[in-house]
Ligand binder design. Structure first.
Ligand code: ME8
Length: 519
């Protein structure tokens, strides 16, 4: 027992029928940044991702590619594992829905829902979209070409008429509405909460939760002619990750999850079906469904050597992992849709990283190396300007924590960079290069204060750019044990006299590669 508060965070589990795209990268990076933030803020964090490997879509894609569904799942799982490495966003665990531990969890939740009287056999015809892996009501469909019907996502639907097990979702309308009312934070941002509340207020119909015309799924307990509906299976991954149903599993203490981070297209599954299944099975509900927007390539010309890429591997290799992470989390207000383009990425890299933070670090660290014998000086008496900039830096951690309450990642970065901009103004106004001759003690104080601001900024920016901020903290000779947020809430944390390593640039400017040159 560590005694620290726990924090359990998950991503959606991507369909294993295709390679990772920028949407997956965005979700993973954002979730990783939140997990790192909580860890640095003293929580015992469990960060779990997974792979959604069952269902009709998997079976169809595998058949088209001449693979077994398991071969396709293994290939895709390897690509997603590589994405975690490439983005410096590895989770603590990857729940693959074909794993035996997951079959056990899924069959157990089914049995509990059945024991609660919420599962019955029936036969209703309905419209099914394989791409969404979901049934739709007639009223939700639109006309497609040649008299076809389309789901709200634009995916084609087919008429399905087979006997299946049903979940009594209709019986949960009132309990769900009460839960949304009593826990207004359950679905965030509010816009998505409002959508879900009005959807549920219009009434819920029972949900088909098994299929018998294909077999790539978790068998229904006691009736192996049926496999479970892929969303019952997929959503259950979140409790598989904590060792369900073993109440004594080492990770059991992490349930209920603090945050399920998901994209806006799958809110209905997470905010309606999932809590209804859990209520039925007598399992506690997750605390929050955290919805992010969609990312679009604005179609602007990307760099020649990258092409018009949506491949997250190529993007992070080209711009650098940390600049790529920074761009996504700074540029897109978390919860809203966003765009990316070569110009926007380059602008952020050069303005925020190379100019603002990079230059401040480079100028102050090289002055320290040249004029202070490569060691941190002792600050003489501090003046008002010193105290003001230090106070701003020390105020960052509580502000960041408050923004994190709403998962406003972009506002945390904006606040940190506001202090960086003020520190640049402070440095320019105090003119340490002039004080070097006229008042060396004053120069030492300015350089010490600037290094202090850099220390605090680097500590707080670690969740967003872990490798670059580790490098900056190394350059400032900050011990590994003094890099938590509590260390950012005290000024004068740098030890005077500590030897500094030779300065090195952290953020080079992005220079357009010459046309025709290799990347
Ligand atoms: O939905 N921008 O898997 P998935 C941002 N298997 N996020 C995006 C995006 C984009 N352009 N495109 C997709 C599934 N996403 C299910 C989840 S969870 C129990 C089962 C997000 O591979 C999407 O919203 O289609 C989802 O959160 C995640 O990527 C995986 O999408």
């Amino acid at each position: 027992m560590s005694g620290r508060p726990t924090f359990y965070i998950t991503t959606a589990i991507p369909y294993a029928n295709g390679a990772p795209h920028i949407g997956h990268a965005y979700e993973r990076i954002a979730t990783d940044a939140i997990a790192r933030f909580k860890r640095l803020d003293g929580f015992e964090v469990l960060f779990v991702t997974g792979m959604d490997e069952h269902g009709q879509k998997m079976q169809q894609t595998a058949a088209r590619e001449g693979l077994t569904p398991q071969q396709l799942a293994d290939r895709t799982a390897a690509q997603f594992a590589a994405m975690g490495e490439a983005l410096n966003a590895k989770a603590d665990d990857i729940v693959r829905t074909t794993q035996p531990r997951h079959h056990a969890a899924t069959q157990e939740i089914w049995k509990r829902m059945e024991a609660a009287g919420d599962i019955y056999m029936s036969k209703y015809p309905g419209w099914y979209s394989v791409r969404d892996e979901a049934f739709f009501d007639e009223s939700e469909l639109t006309e497609g070409p040649n008299g076809t019907r389309l789901a709200p996502s634009g995916a084609p639907v087919e008429w399905v008429e087979e006997e299946s097990y049903y979940f009594r979702l209709s019986a949960y309308q009132d309990r769900l509405l009460r839960h949304y009312r009593d826990h207004p934070e359950f679905i965030t941002p509010e816009k998505y909460r409002n959508e879900i509340v009005s959807f549920v207020e219009r009434g819920l119909t029972d949900l088909s939760i098994s299929r018998s015309t294909f077999d790539w799924g978790v068998p229904v307990p006691g009736d192996p002619r049926h496999v479970m509906y892929v969303w019952v299976d997929a959503l259950t991954n979140y409790i598989t990750g904590t060792g369900f149903p073993d109440a004594n599993a080492p990770r059991a203490k992490f349930w209920p999850a603090n945050a399920h981070v998901i994209g806006k297209d799958i809110t209905r599954f997470h905010a309606i079906y999932w809590p209804a299944f859990l209520l039925s099975a007598g399992v506690a509900l997750p605390k929050q469904i955290v919805v992010h927007g969609f990312l679009f390539n604005r179609g602007e010309k990307m760099s020649k050597s990258v092409g018009n890429v949506i491949d997250p591997f190529a993007l992070s290799a080209h711009y650098g992992v940390d600049p790529f992470r920074y761009f996504l989390l700074r540029e897109v207000p978390f919860g809203q849709d966003g765009n990316y383009s070569h110009e926007a990425i380059v602008n952020r890299i050069n303005a925020d990283l190379a100019n603002d933070l990079g230059n401040l670090a480079q100028r102050s660290l090289s002055m320290l190396a040249k004029n202070c014998g490569g060691a941190l000086p002792s600050p003489a008496a501090l003046n008002k300007a010193d105290e003001a900039i230090l106070a701003q830096a020390v105020a960052l951690a509580p502000k960041a924590r408050a923004f994190m309450q709403d998962y406003a990642l972009h506002l945390i970065l904006a606040e940190i960079w506001r202090v960086v901009a003020d520190a640049n103004r402070y440095f320019a106004a105090e003119e340490p290069w002039i004080k070097r001759k006229t008042d060396p003690a004053r120069m030492e104080a300015i350089l010490y204060v600037t290094a202090e601001v850099l220390r605090i900024v680097a500590i707080l920016a670690q969740p967003f750019m872990p490798a670059a901020m580790t490098k900056l903290l190394d350059l400032l000779a900050v011990p590994g044990s003094a890099r938590g947020f509590s260390d950012a809430e005290r000024a004068l944390g740098l030890a005077p006299g500590a030897a500094l390593p030779a300065p090195a640039p952290i953020f080079p400017r992005y220079v357009e590669p010459e046309v025709g040159a290799p990347a």
